[in-house]
Design a protein around this ligand. Structure first.
Ligand code: NDP
Ligand code: 3IO
Length: 483
């Protein structure tokens, strides 16, 4: 019989004893599973435990007084594994390959119907990786010499597909993880996922949990006064494919990160009348400069590399302040380390800005039905606003014990290089804002650590068995000595 496991508190007693509607109970149970604070404190006295047991499948209370209810509802128990990985993007795939390489059983749950959905479904058409291919490989599979130095989106997706085949990675697709919870009494992670096709729930248990749901899990649109009144087209950069629908239109791109800068260029190339909001200082560098900088970092201090980067940037771009782009006071690599903000790679946008084909605007103060008012008092009409305002991690929406590894914003509590490991056998991969090289490093560290933790456990069990064998031996000898 399919089962699920839930921990719950007193007020549910009635629902169970009086109401026999499984539907009611199910929803209460889900609430309870989500209510992490209840786990340690609650206890539950069943007034009619026998009946509950017969009708509903209740069968356990634990030594610590925690009520554990195993319910025979239509939630399928899909299995127990050693490592549960949440997410089949590059991070999840990299962890999977490293675990397979060490023969460690694991399952990947993925909410979409494909791997790397951000790359396949939510990236604009002209995207090429900004970092050279040697900094963009996943563990155990370098890029082939024939691959272009700066891979296209499609090249990278092909690489991921080959990766999945090489390491025989078969994620369980269409699984939207609703909760992951560490059950102290069982010393296991308990994971519940909704099958997106049927809305049915599944339950899993594992010894280790790896959060690989990504730092770019959900597009962020900031709350700007008046945005709800805007009547034109508005979308997040993750929904932008190319500028073909915007020819001759007035379009505002919000955000001067890599997405905003490249989408502005694409719009200008499609002959849209494009403006971009740059509300904070940013570094503009070429991808070759970043590549050189990354090699130099292997032998020079970041301060020195930054000095060189800024000198070359000043020489290349002169003064961009006259166009509304200000450079941060800290150099690009140290700025990235301090703030997590990636330098903006120039792909042709700066040239268009200098030619007046793309206008740079300051921060927005309000948005009206058809226009936007900026902090310099200017007001312009727009047919569309594209929010290239970044992404967020959504891990805290489902990870109930997130404080063991993540902050409220779903990003690691500890700074690199210690960010990837939390308490009670939880890990995160790909949340260090270090691109694909960071993902690769996280995955190897995690697989090595899981191997070490398991070995330690096996040694402990072995020692316990030895002690038991010794005790039995002594007892056996003593028994023989009895008259
Ligand atoms: N080819 C490639 O390799 C590409 C890589 N990327 C990477 O993907 C990640 C995501 O990039 P991206 O989508 O650009 O997101 P980012 O988070 O890098 O950039 C978002 C930008 O929007 C700005 N912003 C946020 N809120 C507002 C607001 N209310 N008004 C004006 N501006 C605002 C931010 O400024 P502030 O932070 O100061 O608030 C920031 O400059 C990055 O790591 C990036 O490097 C992206 C595109 C292409
Ligand atoms: O995408 C990111 O945020 C990365 O860390 C990778 C990256 C893209 N462009 C860069 C420039 C400098 C350092 C890292 C990156």
């Amino acid at each position: 019989m399919a089962m699920t496991l839930a921990v719950f508190k007193g007020q549910m007693e009635e629902a169970i004893v009086n109401g026999r509607c499984i539907q009611t109970i199910k929803s209460v149970i889900y609430q309870a599973v989500l209510d992490i604070s209840s786990i340690k404190e609650h206890s539950l006295i069943f007034q009619d435990a026998a009946r509950c047991s017969r009708d509903m499948g209740v069968f356990a209370t634990t030594s610590k007084g925690t009520a554990i209810l195993l319910l025979a509802v239509d939630m399928e128990k899909r299995g127990e594994t050693v490592v549960m990985i949440i997410g089949a993007g590059p991070s999840g795939l990299a962890v999977s390959a490293c675990l397979s390489n060490k023969n460690i059983p694991h399952i990947i749950l993925e909410k979409e119907d494909c791997i790397a959905s951000l790359w396949r479904k939510r990236a604009y058409a002209r995207l090429h990786l900004h970092l050279a291919k040697e900094f963009c490989a996943l563990p155990l599979r370098p890029h082939s010499p024939a691959t272009d130095t700066y891979m296209s989106k499609d090249d990278f997706i092909r690489y991921l597909h080959d990766y999945v085949i090489e390491f025989n990675i078969v994620p369980r697709h269409g699984r939207f993880v609703k909760s992951a919870l560490f059950i102290q009494d069982l010393d296991k992670w308990h994971i519940e996922a909704m099958i997106t096709d049927s809305n049915k729930m599944e339950a899993y248990a594992s010894e280790f949990l790896v959060v690989a749901s990504g730092e770019n899990s959900k597009g962020v649109i900031p709350s700007i006064p008046g945005l709800e009144n805007y009547r034109g087209v508005k979308l997040h950069s993750s929904d932008y494919k190319n500028g073909s629908e915007y020819e001759g239109k007035d379009v505002l791109v919000v955000g001067g990160g890599n997405s905003g800068m490249e989408i502005s260029l694409d719009l200008a190339n499609y002959r849209a009348n494009c403006s971009i909001v740059v509300h904070s200082p940013l570094h503009v560098l070429t991808r070759e400069m970043i590549r050189t900088g990354m090699y130099l970092l292997k032998c020079l201090r970041p301060l020195v590399v930054d000095f060189l980067m800024v000198s070359v940037a000043k020489h290349n771009y002169r003064n961009l302040e006259q166009y509304g782009i200000f450079r941060p006071r800290i150099g690009p690599f140290m700025y990235k380390q301090a703030t997590g903000k990636t330098p903006t790679i120039e792909v042709g946008t700066v040239d268009k800005i200098k030619m007046g084909q793309i206008k740079v605007l300051p921060a927005i103060s309000t948005i009206k039905e058809h226009s936007v008012v900026f902090q310099n008092g200017a007001e312009h009409k727009y047919d569309a606003i594209i929010f290239a305002t970044g992404y967020e991690s959504t891990a805290c929406e489902w990870l109930k014990n997130h404080e063991w590894i993540l902050k409220e914003d779903g990003m690691p509590k500890k700074p690199p290089p210690f960010h990837w490991k939390g308490e009670n056998r939880i890990y995160c991969a790909g949340l260090s804002r270090m691109g694909l090289a960071g993902i690769s490093k996280d995955a190897s560290e995690i697989a090595n650590d899981i191997t070490a933790v398991r070995a330690e456990k096996h040694i402990r069990v072995g020692k316990a068995l030895l002690v038991m064998a010794f005790v039995l031996q002594v007892m056996g000898n003593n028994l023989l000595l009895l008259p």
